[in-house]
Design a protein around this ligand. Structure first.
Ligand code: RTP
Ligand code: MG
Length: 156
């Protein structure tokens, strides 16, 4: 019966600009989580987009660095769906700091693909409510995020 089935949850994953260079390998790692890719979009964030997306971090010492990084190249945003998607994806990512990930979670995506504390390959929503907001940011009908990966001018 539907009520007894594990509840399908959704999360917002982003392959950050440093991860896009190794997108194929990261997609393979996403496949290994068992989560389904329900939506996918390549985009180029402006500084304003990055400030809005990470608005909860305004004022933190790393905020400027984070905004420069996230708007410095293309990203790939995805909607991942499956039981416990939020926690499952964050578990696959490992700790925020890539060096800490290599020490504490060597099998994790950030251990394999991240560089340091800011350039850490991928993002994951930290709650179902955050996931809903973030998915709306990239995939909602009112999204103003600039698409790329079209045949009309993507610059590699
Ligand atoms: P995310 O939101 O990207 O999935 O990462 P998170 O939850 O693991 O970490 P959070 O605290 O939300 O930080 C957001 C992103 O800001 C950058 N950051 N840099 N000390 C630093 O240089 C620093 N701390 C955080 C990272 O890109 C981090 O993922
Ligand atoms: Mg976060």
């Amino acid at each position: 019966r539907a009520a007894l089935e594990p509840r399908a949850e959704r999360t917002c994953a982003i392959v950050k600009p440093d991860g896009v260079e190794r997108l194929g390998r990261i997609m393979h790692a996403i496949g290994e989580t068992g989560l389904a890719v329900a939506s996918l979009r390549m985009a180029q964030l402006t500084r304003g987009d990055a400030e809005a997306f990470y608005g909860g971090h305004v004022g933190k010492p790393f905020f400027g660095r984070l905004v420069e990084f996230m708007s410095g190249g293309r990203v790939v945003a995805m909607e991942l769906v499956g039981p416990g998607a939020v926690a499952r994806w964050r578990q696959a990512l490992g700790p925020t700091d890539s060096e800490q990930a290599r020490a504490e979670a060597p099998e994790s995506i950030r251990a394999a693909f991240g560089t340091d504390g800011t350039m850490n390959a991928c993002h994951g929503s930290d709650s179902p409510a955050a996931a809903a907001e973030e998915l709306n940011f990239f995939f909602g009908s009112g999204s103003t995020v600039r698409r790329c990966g079209t045949n009309q001018g993507t610059t590699l």
